[in-house]
Design a binder for this molecule. Structure first.
Ligand code: GLY
Length: 333
């Protein structure tokens, strides 16, 4: 540990040493993007997840919902599906490691009553989302970190697994040669699974899990395990989750903002758009290379998503079927 710290200090590196964007902002869509969907009766049950792996994983959550299960079990099932897939390089133990070669995992979960649990900087455990759920259900706390989170997991029957995978180790070794031990934030090197659902009883829940920014500083935690940043649920209003550069999402308490905007009457897509614009216009660290996206669902089962850049996809599973959609986006070039 001592020698690693010394090495990092010598290099003078910082994950947040990002130059300011100088580009003029230009929105890709009109001032008020169209509502993606509107339903006369509540559209439930429904489950939504970030990215194309979310569309595949939504099946696990849909199976829970369609059989009358609750939204909390559904979002956990979908998140677990991706965590168990070791071919995924941004979620679970298949995730690319930090810049010192350690795979460290972050996750959080929130139910319709406002109960929530989170784990951060957790190593060698296959299902961080289930540990987060146990933190919520079995402890008086919300967040457990690092060694303490791992001890808690082991005490509750979880077992240790090896990480990184051979493939992730090779990617890390290649990265070290090419990137001079300096993490670069880009759309290619991280994406999170965020899941939000509304069950047959009209209750909302959410889950969010990630291995975080690839080749990050050891100890770095992003938005994904932070309630109000990577995930927020308010059963009176709606739920939201985030993906992309976590530092920017934390800075504006992104998903809390999205839910509060929906409370004020914003549609899900407009709430996500407002949050993205706030980052792009006001953040001192935002650069146009970053992809940052929000996905939101309200109590009526209306949903929407918006991102800084082209390319943010999300899966939707409702009674119509399972589809992959592309979020609207702002162009910053
Ligand atoms: N949004 C994931 C992270 O920044 O770690």
């Amino acid at each position: 540990m001592k020698s690693r710290r010394k090495f990092i200090k010598q290099l003078g590196l910082s994950v947040v040493s990002i130059p300011l964007a100088s580009s003029v902002l230009k929105t890709q869509s009109c001032e008020s993007p169209p509502v993606v969907n509107k339903f006369e009766k509540p559209n439930m049950p429904i489950i939504l997840s970030t990215w194309s792996f979310g569309k595949i994983a939504n099946q696990a959550g849909w199976d829970v919902l369609v059989n009358g299960g609750n939204a909390l079990d559904a979002v956990e099932s979908t998140a677990k599906f991706v965590e168990a897939d070791l071919s995924q390089t941004s979620v679970g133990l298949g995730g690319w490691p930090d810049r010192d070669g350690f795979v460290t995992l972050d996750a959080c979960i929130m139910d319709e009553k406002g109960n929530c649990g989170s784990v951060m900087f957790l190593e060698n455990i296959m299902h961080p989302i289930s540990v987060a759920r146990l933190v919520m259900e079995k402890t008086p706390h919300i967040q457990l970190v690092g060694e303490g989170a791992q001890m808690f997991a082991l005490e509750n029957g979880f077992v240790l697994h090896d990480a990184p995978t051979e493939g992730s180790k090779k990617a890390w070794e290649k990265w070290k040669l090419e990137n001079n031990y300096e993490p670069k934030i880009s759309p290619e090197n991280h994406d999170t699974i965020g899941v939000i659902a509304l069950d047959k009883n009209g209750n909302l829940s959410g889950a969010c899990t990630t291995s975080g920014l690839a080749f990050k500083m050891h100890g770095r935690v992003g938005d994904s395990p932070i309630i109000g940043a990577g995930l927020f649920v308010d059963n009176e209003v709606g739920a939201a989750t985030a993906t992309g550069t976590g530092e920017e999402v934390i800075r504006i308490c992104g998903t809390h903002l999205v839910v509060e905007l929906m409370r004020q009457g914003y549609t899900p897509v407009n709430a996500c758009k407002e949050a993205v614009e706030r980052i792009v216009k006001r953040s001192p660290r935002y650069t146009k290379e970053m992809i940052i996206g929000f996905l939101a669902l309200n109590k009526k089962g209306e949903y929407g998503a918006y991102s800084t850049r082209k390319g943010f996809e999300y899966g939707v599973y409702d009674k119509v079927g399972s589809v992959l959609k592309t979020a609207e986006f702002m162009e910053t070039y």
